[in-house]
Design a protein around this ligand. Structure first.
Ligand code: ADP
Ligand code: AMP
Length: 219
């Protein structure tokens, strides 16, 4: 089987984290979410986390000089030799070009970019209803994807959840705007390379996953 070196693309709230959980469970690829890496650094109060927080709290992108280095270090680790899935990176053309260089240097070429398409109007409701398990990071939605047993994480059984600070309505609007502007050139970039597979993210979570499965099984 071909090694799966994937990029998962989509606007904030499109369902990247939700689908990544399913992809990892089936295809055992290493999940690399730049957002998760930043949140862990903020929680631990590292220098990088303190710096990143200034941008994240405003809904802006963390500078490429910081983000590219984090991804390059992570991709150089041996556990990615058997495949990886980037979630939330690249987010602009400069990052896409940086990723091209890294993957060429490491000889780990990207073989598919899955773009989860959802109209921006849908995203505000998705993000405002999102909550996350404090223990394992599993993502839920109060209406569309609640835990099977109320108050208990399906994945790890813990009972504490939190809402992301940047899911507040003031921040969400800017995040969607910033990312919408940057998204089109990225889509063109990967389309030109014949790597892009767009799936409809505005359907039930399991139906989105079925489309993704079809793409991944064909690689
Ligand atoms: P992203 O990682 O792209 O920001 P998430 O996977 O965290 O997005 O999903 C954002 C919110 O929308 C979460 O609360 C999640 O439970 C919910 N969600 C994800 N996919 C769908 C879907 N297909 N339909 C309805 N809600 C969804
Ligand atoms: P996410 O969890 O993907 O929604 O990311 C949360 C926040 O982390 C984003 O709003 C950005 O501020 C920051 N971030 C995540 N990935 C990147 C990236 N590739 N480039 C710049 N900033 C990022």
């Amino acid at each position: 089987m071909t090694t799966l070196n994937l990029v998962l693309m989509g606007l904030p709230g499109a369902g990247k984290g939700t689908q990544a959980q399913k992809i990892v469970a089936e295809f055992h690829t290493v999940h690399i979410s730049t957002g998760d890496i930043f949140r862990a650094a903020m929680k631990n109060g590292t220098k990088m986390g303190i710096e990143a927080k200034k941008f994240i709290d405003q809904g802006n992108l963390v500078p490429d000089s910081v983000t590219d280095g984090i991804v390059e270090d992570r991709l150089a680790e041996d556990d990615t030799n058997a495949g990886f899935m980037l979630d939330g990176y690249p987010r602009n053309l400069e990052q896409a070009n940086a990723l091209d260089k890294m993957t060429a240097k490491l000889n780990k070429p990207i073989n598919a970019v899955i773009n989860i398409h959802v109209d921006p109007e849908v995203l505000i409701e998705r993000l405002s209803g999102r909550f996350i398990c404090k223990n394992c990071g599993a993502t839920y939605h109060k209406l569309y994807n609640p835990p099977k047993v109320e108050g208990t994480c399906d994945v790890c059984g813990h009972h504490e959840f939190y809402q992301r600070d940047d899911d507040k309505p003031e921040t969400v609007k800017n995040r969607i705007e910033v990312n919408t502007k940057l998204n089109t050139p990225l889509i063109d970039f990967y389309n030109d390379k014949k790597l892009l597979y767009t799936v409809n993210g505005d359907q039930d979570i399991d139906d989105v996953y079925k489309e993704i499965q079809k793409v991944l099984r064909a690689i």
